[in-house]
Design a protein around this ligand. Structure first.
Ligand code: EPZ
Length: 424
Protein backbone atom coordinates (compact mmCIF):
# COMPACT_ATOMS: atom_id res chain seq x y z
CA UNK A 1 0.00 0.00 0.00
CA UNK A 2 1.21 3.57 -0.64
CA UNK A 3 2.20 5.74 2.29
CA UNK A 4 3.30 9.33 2.88
CA UNK A 5 6.61 10.39 4.41
CA UNK A 6 6.62 13.91 5.86
CA UNK A 7 9.53 15.86 7.35
CA UNK A 8 7.85 18.73 9.21
CA UNK A 9 9.20 21.95 10.71
CA UNK A 10 9.16 24.13 7.57
CA UNK A 11 7.09 27.30 7.35
CA UNK A 12 4.76 27.36 4.32
CA UNK A 13 4.99 30.18 1.78
CA UNK A 14 3.51 30.50 -1.70
CA UNK A 15 0.23 30.06 -3.52
CA UNK A 16 -2.11 27.12 -4.14
CA UNK A 17 -4.87 26.70 -6.72
CA UNK A 18 -7.87 25.25 -4.92
CA UNK A 19 -9.55 22.43 -6.88
CA UNK A 20 -13.23 21.90 -7.65
CA UNK A 21 -15.36 20.61 -4.79
CA UNK A 22 -15.53 16.79 -4.59
CA UNK A 23 -18.90 16.94 -2.82
CA UNK A 24 -20.30 19.06 -5.66
CA UNK A 25 -18.73 17.03 -8.47
CA UNK A 26 -20.25 13.74 -7.29
CA UNK A 27 -23.97 14.69 -7.27
CA UNK A 28 -23.56 16.66 -10.50
CA UNK A 29 -21.84 13.72 -12.24
CA UNK A 30 -24.62 11.32 -11.17
CA UNK A 31 -27.30 13.87 -12.09
CA UNK A 32 -26.14 13.56 -15.74
CA UNK A 33 -28.21 10.33 -15.77
CA UNK A 34 -31.21 12.69 -16.02
CA UNK A 35 -29.83 14.28 -19.20
CA UNK A 36 -29.59 12.31 -22.46
CA UNK A 37 -27.26 14.76 -24.21
CA UNK A 38 -23.59 15.81 -23.88
CA UNK A 39 -22.69 17.51 -20.61
CA UNK A 40 -19.26 19.14 -20.25
CA UNK A 41 -18.27 19.64 -16.59
CA UNK A 42 -15.29 21.84 -15.73
CA UNK A 43 -13.21 22.26 -12.52
CA UNK A 44 -13.73 18.55 -11.76
CA UNK A 45 -11.02 17.35 -9.33
CA UNK A 46 -9.04 14.25 -10.28
CA UNK A 47 -9.67 12.38 -7.04
CA UNK A 48 -10.50 8.70 -6.68
CA UNK A 49 -14.15 9.23 -5.70
CA UNK A 50 -14.69 11.14 -8.97
CA UNK A 51 -12.83 8.50 -11.00
CA UNK A 52 -15.04 5.82 -9.38
CA UNK A 53 -18.23 7.76 -10.15
CA UNK A 54 -17.23 8.06 -13.82
CA UNK A 55 -16.38 4.33 -13.91
CA UNK A 56 -19.85 3.46 -12.54
CA UNK A 57 -21.44 5.50 -15.36
CA UNK A 58 -19.19 3.83 -17.96
CA UNK A 59 -20.09 0.37 -16.63
CA UNK A 60 -23.74 1.32 -17.16
CA UNK A 61 -23.03 2.21 -20.79
CA UNK A 62 -22.45 5.98 -20.60
CA UNK A 63 -19.68 8.06 -22.14
CA UNK A 64 -17.94 9.50 -19.06
CA UNK A 65 -14.30 10.55 -19.16
CA UNK A 66 -11.87 13.41 -18.77
CA UNK A 67 -11.33 15.32 -22.03
CA UNK A 68 -8.92 17.84 -20.45
CA UNK A 69 -7.06 18.07 -17.11
CA UNK A 70 -10.15 18.94 -15.05
CA UNK A 71 -12.86 18.78 -17.74
CA UNK A 72 -15.23 15.82 -18.14
CA UNK A 73 -17.60 14.82 -20.96
CA UNK A 74 -20.64 12.77 -19.94
CA UNK A 75 -23.44 11.42 -22.15
CA UNK A 76 -25.83 8.89 -20.60
CA UNK A 77 -28.21 8.53 -23.56
CA UNK A 78 -27.57 4.82 -23.93
CA UNK A 79 -27.21 3.71 -20.32
CA UNK A 80 -28.75 0.54 -18.98
CA UNK A 81 -31.77 0.62 -16.69
CA UNK A 82 -29.75 -1.55 -14.33
CA UNK A 83 -27.13 -0.11 -12.01
CA UNK A 84 -23.65 -1.65 -12.37
CA UNK A 85 -20.40 -1.39 -10.41
CA UNK A 86 -21.59 -2.79 -7.10
CA UNK A 87 -18.06 -3.00 -5.66
CA UNK A 88 -17.53 0.72 -6.34
CA UNK A 89 -21.00 1.69 -5.08
CA UNK A 90 -20.46 -0.03 -1.75
CA UNK A 91 -17.32 2.09 -1.21
CA UNK A 92 -18.84 5.51 -1.88
CA UNK A 93 -21.48 7.46 0.03
CA UNK A 94 -22.21 9.59 -3.05
CA UNK A 95 -23.45 6.53 -4.94
CA UNK A 96 -26.64 7.04 -2.90
CA UNK A 97 -27.50 9.70 -5.51
CA UNK A 98 -28.04 6.85 -8.00
CA UNK A 99 -31.31 6.19 -6.14
CA UNK A 100 -32.79 9.58 -7.00
CA UNK A 101 -31.65 9.74 -10.61
CA UNK A 102 -32.57 6.13 -11.51
CA UNK A 103 -35.99 6.57 -9.90
CA UNK A 104 -36.51 9.76 -11.93
CA UNK A 105 -35.38 8.33 -15.25
CA UNK A 106 -36.31 4.63 -15.07
CA UNK A 107 -38.88 4.65 -12.22
CA UNK A 108 -36.75 2.10 -10.33
CA UNK A 109 -33.40 1.61 -8.62
CA UNK A 110 -31.72 -1.53 -7.25
CA UNK A 111 -28.27 -1.14 -5.71
CA UNK A 112 -26.08 -2.12 -2.74
CA UNK A 113 -26.45 0.10 0.31
CA UNK A 114 -23.97 2.92 -0.36
CA UNK A 115 -20.67 3.00 1.52
CA UNK A 116 -18.73 6.03 2.65
CA UNK A 117 -16.04 7.15 5.07
CA UNK A 118 -15.97 4.67 7.94
CA UNK A 119 -16.55 6.86 10.95
CA UNK A 120 -19.69 5.16 12.10
CA UNK A 121 -23.20 4.40 10.99
CA UNK A 122 -24.26 6.11 7.74
CA UNK A 123 -28.04 5.57 7.52
CA UNK A 124 -30.19 6.38 4.48
CA UNK A 125 -33.56 6.32 6.26
CA UNK A 126 -34.24 9.99 5.43
CA UNK A 127 -33.63 9.32 1.72
CA UNK A 128 -35.95 6.28 1.71
CA UNK A 129 -38.68 8.06 3.71
CA UNK A 130 -38.55 10.90 1.18
CA UNK A 131 -38.89 8.55 -1.79
CA UNK A 132 -41.88 6.89 -0.12
CA UNK A 133 -43.46 10.35 0.41
CA UNK A 134 -43.16 10.87 -3.35
CA UNK A 135 -45.04 7.63 -4.01
CA UNK A 136 -42.24 5.09 -4.40
CA UNK A 137 -42.22 1.68 -2.76
CA UNK A 138 -39.01 0.76 -0.95
CA UNK A 139 -37.63 -2.62 0.10
CA UNK A 140 -34.23 -2.74 1.79
CA UNK A 141 -32.04 -4.88 4.02
CA UNK A 142 -28.48 -4.48 5.28
CA UNK A 143 -27.05 -5.13 1.83
CA UNK A 144 -29.40 -3.92 -0.89
CA UNK A 145 -32.04 -1.26 -1.59
CA UNK A 146 -34.85 -1.67 -4.10
CA UNK A 147 -37.00 1.35 -4.94
CA UNK A 148 -39.73 1.52 -7.56
CA UNK A 149 -42.53 3.79 -8.77
CA UNK A 150 -44.00 2.07 -11.86
CA UNK A 151 -46.72 4.71 -12.18
CA UNK A 152 -44.28 7.53 -11.63
CA UNK A 153 -43.68 9.77 -8.61
CA UNK A 154 -46.18 12.32 -7.32
CA UNK A 155 -45.58 15.92 -6.24
CA UNK A 156 -45.76 16.41 -2.49
CA UNK A 157 -44.60 18.69 0.30
CA UNK A 158 -41.78 16.83 2.10
CA UNK A 159 -40.38 17.89 5.47
CA UNK A 160 -37.08 16.11 6.16
CA UNK A 161 -36.87 14.93 9.80
CA UNK A 162 -33.24 16.06 9.99
CA UNK A 163 -30.99 18.34 7.95
CA UNK A 164 -29.18 16.02 5.54
CA UNK A 165 -27.04 16.99 2.52
CA UNK A 166 -27.53 13.64 0.83
CA UNK A 167 -31.27 13.39 1.45
CA UNK A 168 -31.76 17.00 0.26
CA UNK A 169 -29.85 16.25 -2.94
CA UNK A 170 -31.71 12.99 -3.54
CA UNK A 171 -35.10 14.69 -3.14
CA UNK A 172 -34.10 17.27 -5.75
CA UNK A 173 -32.92 14.54 -8.14
CA UNK A 174 -36.17 12.62 -7.67
CA UNK A 175 -38.35 15.71 -8.19
CA UNK A 176 -37.11 17.30 -11.43
CA UNK A 177 -39.52 15.35 -13.69
CA UNK A 178 -42.48 15.07 -11.28
CA UNK A 179 -45.59 16.71 -12.78
CA UNK A 180 -46.61 19.65 -10.57
CA UNK A 181 -44.79 21.41 -7.74
CA UNK A 182 -42.75 19.46 -5.18
CA UNK A 183 -41.68 21.25 -2.01
CA UNK A 184 -38.85 20.04 0.22
CA UNK A 185 -38.46 21.65 3.68
CA UNK A 186 -35.81 21.46 6.42
CA UNK A 187 -33.12 21.16 3.76
CA UNK A 188 -29.33 21.32 3.88
CA UNK A 189 -27.98 24.67 2.62
CA UNK A 190 -24.42 23.57 1.79
CA UNK A 191 -22.95 25.27 -1.32
CA UNK A 192 -22.92 21.93 -3.12
CA UNK A 193 -26.73 21.85 -2.93
CA UNK A 194 -26.83 25.24 -4.69
CA UNK A 195 -24.18 24.04 -7.16
CA UNK A 196 -26.41 21.13 -8.17
CA UNK A 197 -29.49 23.39 -8.44
CA UNK A 198 -27.53 25.82 -10.69
CA UNK A 199 -26.42 22.94 -12.92
CA UNK A 200 -29.89 21.38 -13.21
CA UNK A 201 -31.48 24.76 -13.99
CA UNK A 202 -28.80 25.34 -16.66
CA UNK A 203 -30.12 22.06 -18.16
CA UNK A 204 -33.71 23.33 -18.14
CA UNK A 205 -34.94 22.26 -14.69
CA UNK A 206 -37.07 24.58 -12.55
CA UNK A 207 -35.66 24.34 -9.03
CA UNK A 208 -35.42 27.23 -6.59
CA UNK A 209 -34.18 27.50 -3.01
CA UNK A 210 -35.73 29.99 -0.60
CA UNK A 211 -33.68 29.71 2.66
CA UNK A 212 -34.50 26.27 4.05
CA UNK A 213 -37.10 25.27 1.45
CA UNK A 214 -36.69 23.98 -2.11
CA UNK A 215 -39.47 24.37 -4.70
CA UNK A 216 -39.29 22.15 -7.79
CA UNK A 217 -41.67 22.57 -10.76
CA UNK A 218 -41.46 19.38 -12.81
CA UNK A 219 -40.33 19.50 -16.46
CA UNK A 220 -40.53 16.81 -19.15
CA UNK A 221 -36.91 16.75 -20.27
CA UNK A 222 -33.49 18.23 -19.59
CA UNK A 223 -30.89 19.23 -22.19
CA UNK A 224 -27.11 19.08 -22.17
CA UNK A 225 -24.90 22.00 -21.13
CA UNK A 226 -21.41 23.09 -20.13
CA UNK A 227 -20.90 23.93 -16.46
CA UNK A 228 -18.07 24.80 -14.07
CA UNK A 229 -18.50 23.49 -10.52
CA UNK A 230 -17.81 25.44 -7.32
CA UNK A 231 -14.34 25.44 -5.65
CA UNK A 232 -13.69 23.14 -2.69
CA UNK A 233 -14.28 25.07 0.54
CA UNK A 234 -13.05 22.19 2.72
CA UNK A 235 -9.78 21.95 0.78
CA UNK A 236 -9.21 25.70 1.27
CA UNK A 237 -9.97 25.48 4.99
CA UNK A 238 -7.77 22.37 5.36
CA UNK A 239 -4.72 24.24 4.02
CA UNK A 240 -5.63 27.11 6.36
CA UNK A 241 -5.32 24.75 9.36
CA UNK A 242 -1.90 23.60 8.04
CA UNK A 243 -0.64 27.19 8.06
CA UNK A 244 -1.55 27.62 11.75
CA UNK A 245 0.62 24.57 12.47
CA UNK A 246 3.64 25.50 10.32
CA UNK A 247 3.34 29.35 10.33
CA UNK A 248 4.01 31.37 7.16
CA UNK A 249 1.83 32.97 4.52
CA UNK A 250 -0.11 31.39 1.65
CA UNK A 251 -2.44 32.64 -1.07
CA UNK A 252 -5.34 30.31 -1.85
CA UNK A 253 -6.60 30.95 -5.41
CA UNK A 254 -9.85 29.93 -7.14
CA UNK A 255 -11.92 30.03 -3.95
CA UNK A 256 -15.44 31.41 -3.33
CA UNK A 257 -15.10 33.50 -0.17
CA UNK A 258 -18.87 33.54 0.46
CA UNK A 259 -18.52 29.80 1.35
CA UNK A 260 -15.70 30.48 3.84
CA UNK A 261 -17.04 33.49 5.73
CA UNK A 262 -18.01 31.83 9.02
CA UNK A 263 -14.99 29.54 9.28
CA UNK A 264 -12.63 32.41 8.46
CA UNK A 265 -13.89 34.26 11.55
CA UNK A 266 -12.83 31.26 13.68
CA UNK A 267 -9.29 31.45 12.27
CA UNK A 268 -9.10 35.23 12.74
CA UNK A 269 -10.06 34.68 16.39
CA UNK A 270 -7.11 32.25 16.63
CA UNK A 271 -4.70 34.99 15.55
CA UNK A 272 -4.58 34.57 11.75
CA UNK A 273 -4.38 37.61 9.47
CA UNK A 274 -6.87 37.04 6.66
CA UNK A 275 -7.31 39.21 3.57
CA UNK A 276 -9.61 38.21 0.72
CA UNK A 277 -11.39 38.98 -2.52
CA UNK A 278 -14.25 36.70 -3.59
CA UNK A 279 -11.81 34.50 -5.54
CA UNK A 280 -8.65 34.63 -3.40
CA UNK A 281 -7.83 34.16 0.29
CA UNK A 282 -4.48 35.32 1.72
CA UNK A 283 -3.78 33.77 5.14
CA UNK A 284 -0.82 34.63 7.34
CA UNK A 285 0.26 33.72 10.88
CA UNK A 286 3.71 33.84 12.43
CA UNK A 287 2.95 33.26 16.10
CA UNK A 288 1.48 30.38 18.09
CA UNK A 289 -2.29 30.50 17.45
CA UNK A 290 -4.80 30.99 20.25
CA UNK A 291 -7.03 28.01 20.97
CA UNK A 292 -10.73 27.87 20.17
CA UNK A 293 -13.82 25.72 20.72
CA UNK A 294 -16.50 24.90 18.14
CA UNK A 295 -19.64 22.84 17.66
CA UNK A 296 -20.08 21.42 14.14
CA UNK A 297 -23.33 22.50 12.50
CA UNK A 298 -24.99 22.28 9.10
CA UNK A 299 -23.84 25.03 6.70
CA UNK A 300 -23.18 27.90 7.25
CA UNK A 301 -22.02 26.64 10.65
CA UNK A 302 -18.60 25.10 11.34
CA UNK A 303 -18.28 22.11 8.98
CA UNK A 304 -17.92 18.59 10.37
CA UNK A 305 -15.53 17.93 7.46
CA UNK A 306 -13.03 20.30 9.11
CA UNK A 307 -13.31 18.82 12.64
CA UNK A 308 -10.28 16.43 12.51
CA UNK A 309 -8.07 19.07 10.87
CA UNK A 310 -8.97 21.66 13.54
CA UNK A 311 -8.22 19.08 16.26
CA UNK A 312 -4.70 18.70 14.83
CA UNK A 313 -4.24 22.47 14.76
CA UNK A 314 -5.41 22.83 18.37
CA UNK A 315 -2.54 20.55 19.48
CA UNK A 316 -0.18 23.35 18.34
CA UNK A 317 -1.98 26.30 20.00
CA UNK A 318 -1.46 28.27 23.21
CA UNK A 319 -4.53 26.91 24.96
CA UNK A 320 -6.09 24.03 23.00
CA UNK A 321 -9.86 23.76 22.84
CA UNK A 322 -12.97 21.60 22.62
CA UNK A 323 -14.77 20.34 19.51
CA UNK A 324 -18.28 18.94 19.72
CA UNK A 325 -19.40 17.09 16.57
CA UNK A 326 -23.20 17.23 16.40
CA UNK A 327 -23.30 15.91 12.83
CA UNK A 328 -21.19 12.74 13.14
CA UNK A 329 -20.93 11.92 16.87
CA UNK A 330 -18.53 9.03 16.21
CA UNK A 331 -16.06 10.80 13.92
CA UNK A 332 -13.18 10.30 16.36
CA UNK A 333 -11.03 7.42 15.04
CA UNK A 334 -8.28 9.98 14.28
CA UNK A 335 -7.83 10.62 18.06
CA UNK A 336 -5.80 7.42 18.62
CA UNK A 337 -3.59 8.30 15.68
CA UNK A 338 -2.83 11.81 17.01
CA UNK A 339 -2.07 10.26 20.43
CA UNK A 340 0.68 8.23 18.69
CA UNK A 341 2.22 11.67 17.96
CA UNK A 342 2.06 12.61 21.67
CA UNK A 343 -1.13 14.69 21.30
CA UNK A 344 -2.86 15.53 24.58
CA UNK A 345 -6.29 14.73 23.15
CA UNK A 346 -9.21 12.80 24.61
CA UNK A 347 -12.67 11.91 23.27
CA UNK A 348 -15.71 11.78 25.53
CA UNK A 349 -19.10 11.07 23.87
CA UNK A 350 -19.23 13.43 20.87
CA UNK A 351 -16.68 15.84 22.33
CA UNK A 352 -12.95 15.95 21.91
CA UNK A 353 -10.74 17.89 24.35
CA UNK A 354 -7.35 19.04 23.09
CA UNK A 355 -4.56 20.54 25.21
CA UNK A 356 -1.35 22.18 23.96
CA UNK A 357 0.94 19.25 23.08
CA UNK A 358 4.61 18.59 22.37
CA UNK A 359 3.92 16.72 19.14
CA UNK A 360 6.40 14.16 17.83
CA UNK A 361 6.69 12.57 14.39
CA UNK A 362 5.40 8.98 14.27
CA UNK A 363 3.91 6.31 12.03
CA UNK A 364 0.13 6.63 11.87
CA UNK A 365 -2.80 5.25 9.87
CA UNK A 366 -5.31 7.40 8.02
CA UNK A 367 -8.71 6.04 9.09
CA UNK A 368 -10.78 8.13 6.66
CA UNK A 369 -10.45 11.09 4.29
CA UNK A 370 -10.50 13.99 6.76
CA UNK A 371 -8.64 12.02 9.46
CA UNK A 372 -5.86 11.53 6.90
CA UNK A 373 -5.84 15.25 6.16
CA UNK A 374 -5.56 15.93 9.90
CA UNK A 375 -2.54 13.59 10.24
CA UNK A 376 -0.78 15.43 7.40
CA UNK A 377 -1.27 18.69 9.30
CA UNK A 378 0.12 17.23 12.52
CA UNK A 379 3.14 15.77 10.67
CA UNK A 380 3.89 19.15 9.05
CA UNK A 381 4.34 20.53 12.57
CA UNK A 382 6.86 17.90 13.75
CA UNK A 383 10.62 18.08 13.09
CA UNK A 384 10.93 14.28 13.27
CA UNK A 385 9.95 12.30 10.18
CA UNK A 386 6.37 10.95 10.09
CA UNK A 387 4.83 8.18 8.03
CA UNK A 388 1.10 8.05 7.21
CA UNK A 389 -0.37 4.76 5.94
CA UNK A 390 -3.60 4.27 3.92
CA UNK A 391 -3.01 7.11 1.47
CA UNK A 392 -5.95 5.70 -0.50
CA UNK A 393 -8.29 7.47 1.92
CA UNK A 394 -6.59 10.85 1.42
CA UNK A 395 -6.55 10.79 -2.38
CA UNK A 396 -10.33 10.27 -2.35
CA UNK A 397 -10.81 13.97 -1.78
CA UNK A 398 -7.58 16.00 -2.06
CA UNK A 399 -6.32 16.55 -5.62
CA UNK A 400 -2.51 16.70 -5.93
CA UNK A 401 -2.01 17.27 -2.19
CA UNK A 402 1.66 16.17 -2.33
CA UNK A 403 2.58 18.52 -5.22
CA UNK A 404 0.51 21.38 -3.76
CA UNK A 405 2.23 21.11 -0.35
CA UNK A 406 5.66 20.68 -1.95
CA UNK A 407 5.11 23.85 -4.00
CA UNK A 408 4.72 25.92 -0.79
CA UNK A 409 7.68 24.36 1.08
CA UNK A 410 6.23 21.22 2.59
CA UNK A 411 8.61 18.24 2.70
CA UNK A 412 6.26 15.41 1.75
CA UNK A 413 6.54 12.46 -0.59
CA UNK A 414 4.40 9.49 -1.52
CA UNK A 415 6.08 6.08 -1.35
CA UNK A 416 4.61 3.40 -3.59
CA UNK A 417 4.55 -0.25 -2.54
CA UNK A 418 4.66 -1.64 0.96
CA UNK A 419 7.70 -1.58 3.21
CA UNK A 420 5.64 -2.62 6.23
CA UNK A 421 7.51 -1.07 9.13
CA UNK A 422 4.73 1.29 10.09
CA UNK A 423 1.98 1.02 12.68
CA UNK A 424 -0.56 -1.84 12.45
C1 EPZ B 1 -22.27 14.60 3.05
O1 EPZ B 1 -22.49 13.32 3.63
C2 EPZ B 1 -20.79 14.64 2.70
N1 EPZ B 1 -20.48 13.56 1.77
C3 EPZ B 1 -19.95 14.45 3.97
O2 EPZ B 1 -18.59 14.64 3.60
C4 EPZ B 1 -20.32 15.54 4.97
O3 EPZ B 1 -19.62 15.29 6.17
C5 EPZ B 1 -21.83 15.52 5.24
O4 EPZ B 1 -22.54 15.65 3.99
C6 EPZ B 1 -22.26 16.65 6.15
O5 EPZ B 1 -21.90 17.88 5.58
C7 EPZ B 1 -20.71 13.77 0.45
O6 EPZ B 1 -21.19 14.82 0.05
C8 EPZ B 1 -20.34 12.65 -0.48
P1 EPZ B 1 -25.72 14.05 5.80
P2 EPZ B 1 -24.02 12.83 3.88
O7 EPZ B 1 -26.80 13.26 5.19
O8 EPZ B 1 -24.90 13.40 2.84
C9 EPZ B 1 -27.71 11.74 9.41
C10 EPZ B 1 -16.33 14.13 3.39
O9 EPZ B 1 -15.44 14.03 4.24
N2 EPZ B 1 -28.50 11.03 8.42
O10 EPZ B 1 -25.75 15.54 5.69
O11 EPZ B 1 -23.99 11.38 4.10
C11 EPZ B 1 -26.22 11.42 9.33
O12 EPZ B 1 -25.91 10.22 10.02
C12 EPZ B 1 -17.68 13.52 3.68
O13 EPZ B 1 -16.23 14.73 2.29
C13 EPZ B 1 -29.53 10.19 8.86
O14 EPZ B 1 -29.74 10.01 10.05
O15 EPZ B 1 -24.31 13.55 5.28
C14 EPZ B 1 -25.61 12.62 9.98
O16 EPZ B 1 -25.70 12.50 11.38
C15 EPZ B 1 -17.72 12.81 5.01
N3 EPZ B 1 -30.28 9.55 7.93
C16 EPZ B 1 -26.53 13.77 9.53
O17 EPZ B 1 -27.76 13.15 9.14
C17 EPZ B 1 -30.07 9.71 6.59
O18 EPZ B 1 -30.82 9.12 5.78
C18 EPZ B 1 -26.00 14.56 8.36
O19 EPZ B 1 -25.62 13.64 7.34
C19 EPZ B 1 -29.02 10.56 6.16
C20 EPZ B 1 -28.27 11.21 7.09
Amino acid sequence: MEHLVIQGGNKLYGEIDISGMKNSALPIIFSCILIEEDCILDNIPRVSDVENALEILRLMGAKAHFIEKNKVLINTKNISENICGYDLISKMRASSYLMGVMLSRFKKAFLPTPGGCNFGHRPIDLHLKGFKSLGASVVCDDSFVSISAPNGLVSRKIVLDKISVGATINMILASVFINGTTIIKNIAQEPHVDDLICFLNRCGAKVSREKNMIVCDGVNKLHGTSYKIFPDMIEALTYTTYLGITKGEILLKNINFSHLKFSSCIFEGMGYTIKHSNEELKVKINKIPFGTSVITKPYPGFPTDLHPQLASLLCFTKDGGIIKDEIFPTRFRYVNELQKMNAKISNIDNYVLIKPSKMRGATTDATDLRAGAALIGAALGCREESRINNVNYIVRGYENIVSKLTSIGGKIKIIKGDTKNGSN
